[in-house]
Design a protein around this ligand. Structure first.
Ligand code: SF4
Ligand code: SF4
Length: 443
């Protein structure tokens, strides 16, 4: 097997054995669901419903505002209890539609596919259907998919890369999807290829998922337009720039996007969601996620409606083991720590991870010892320690000139730092400082 990879990176323990054997189970939504109107990159959606309105499953309840935004739909039938701010796993209070679920799952009558055959959509019809369905990147970034499917005409896309790396430790969402929804993912990839006018598809899969690699090699036997690209298991192999470098040897330029080098990268879960929407007409109201970690009794892979509370999912997974030390949305490297489990699943919630208190390393922070380890491992070839010093001193323009905005926030530098300096925290601080500075100067 010819395994591809990118320079640098790290090898954290993958811990996928906790959940990888468990098939995807359907988890029914609770009595109340909380649907934030801003759970994607770009502008928040505007509410289309008010208190006491009756809503049906699949009904649009939030309208995308602007090109980079996403529609929001009701995941259940029931009555709107309120439209008010609610805390989300992204750490902010966000205007949300709170719905009392009637348990009937009564479908909105307009939910039906535009066409009987998902392969008969024109590229424009695919983009419109994906936009209408509120599909966003399900790998974590939640970038509106219809925007990704509309690259500028001067940058023709020749290759689609399906991201099946799932390099974050613990998570097995994409692994299970690739095993259980193989034909749908292959069909979705073909539709994406036609939509952007590409001629070749790769599915990139790390070699810790050998069964997936073998399955797709068998399914795609004899095809020259669709290949499996086995990847070395290394973090952050699933970063878009790392995947493109590993599979095609192309370098996305500083500040650039994959289309600048003729590539569309889509997560396998997003690809599945696109296919399902074209086939059934159902918007994005549910997703698959992994609930896992040494801090939950029975790790699982679950199909969950958006708006379901973390607390209910953890209870379904047997509850906490001991005292929870850290609750994270996503994986341990790029995930977001939570201070409460009373937060809803978002479209981009790929996992709920619980680390018990006794397993948390007691990390005292020291001064930088100049060991260079962060530089040696940074997959973006940055000098994290330098960027952090400049960010801490609020020298945001200088930090930018050292590549601040090129950082993909993969967490590799923090992971390897022997002085336990929270480098990514300071880089995020630097990025938000730089953005504020730019906005101020544009006024
Ligand atoms: S500086 Fe950014 S890209 Fe480099 S290792 Fe740190 S988080 Fe990752
Ligand atoms: S890894 Fe930590 S201690 Fe070493 S140079 Fe980077 S910031 Fe300093």
């Amino acid at each position: 097997m010819n395994k591809k990879t990118f320079p640098k990176g790290v090898h954290p323990p993958d811990k996928k054995e906790l959940s990888k054997e468990f098939k995807i189970e359907f988890f029914p939504p609770g009595k109340t669901v909380v649907i934030p109107l801003h759970q994607h990159t770009g502008a928040p959606a505007e509410p289309l419903v008010k208190k006491k309105d009756r809503v049906l499953k699949g009904q649009k309840i939030g309208e995308a505002k602007g090109f980079i935004s996403a529609n929001i739909h009701s995941p259940v039938s029931g009555t709107v209890k309120s439209v008010e701010p609610h805390v989300t796993p992204l750490g902010k209070n966000v205007l949300s539609v709170i719905i009392e679920n009637d348990g009937e799952d009564e479908l909105f009558p307009e939910i039906k596919p535009l066409k009987d055959d998902p392969f008969s959509y024109s590229p424009e019809e695919v983009r419109n259907a994906v936009r209408e369905a509120g599909i966003v990147g399900l790998g974590g970034a939640a970038f509106p998919t219809s925007v990704k499917l509309s690259p500028p005409k001067e940058y023709p896309v020749d290759t689609v890369i399906l991201n099946g790396a799932e390099c974050e430790p613990y998570l097995t969402t994409d692994y299970r999807l690739m095993l259980e929804k193989t034909d749908e993912i292959i069909a979705g990839a073909e539709i994406l290829k036609e939509t952007v006018g590409a001629s070749k598809i790769y599915i990139g899969v790390e070699d810790n998922k050998e069964d997936v690699i073998n399955l797709y090699e068998e399914k795609l036997k004899g095809r020259s337009d669709f290949e499996v690209a086995p990847l070395k298991t290394k973090y952050p192999q699933g970063g878009e720039k790392m995947l493109i470098k590993a599979i095609l040897g192309r370098e996305v330029p500083t500040g650039g996007l994959p289309f600048h080098v003729g590539v569309l990268v889509q997560n396998v879960g997003t690809t599945y969601a696109v296919y399902e929407t074209l086939k059934t007409g159902m918007p994005l109201i549910e997703r698959v996620l992994t609930v896992t970690g040494e801090g939950v009794k029975e790790p699982k892979n679950l199909q969950v409606r958006v708006g379901t509370m973390f607390k209910d999912i953890i209870e379904y997974a047997g509850g906490y083991v001991g005292k929870p030390g850290k609750l994270i949305m996503g994986g341990p490297m790029m995930g977001i720590s939570q201070w409460t489990d009373v937060v809803p699943v978002l479209k981009a919630t790929s996992g709920i991870l619980v680390i018990p208190e006794e397993e948390l390393p007691k990390k005292k922070e020291y001064n930088c010892i100049g060991c260079n380890s962060c530089v040696e491992h940074c997959p973006m070839n940055l000098v994290p320690t330098r960027i952090v010093v400049l960010s801490k001193n609020e020298r945001f323009e200088d930090a930018k000139s050292w590549g601040l905005m090129d950082c993909i926030e993969c967490g590799t530098c923090s992971y390897v730092c022997p002085a336990n300096i929270p480098l990514v925290h300071w880089i995020r601080f630097g990025k938000s400082g730089y953005i504020k500075l730019r906005k101020k100067s544009e006024k």
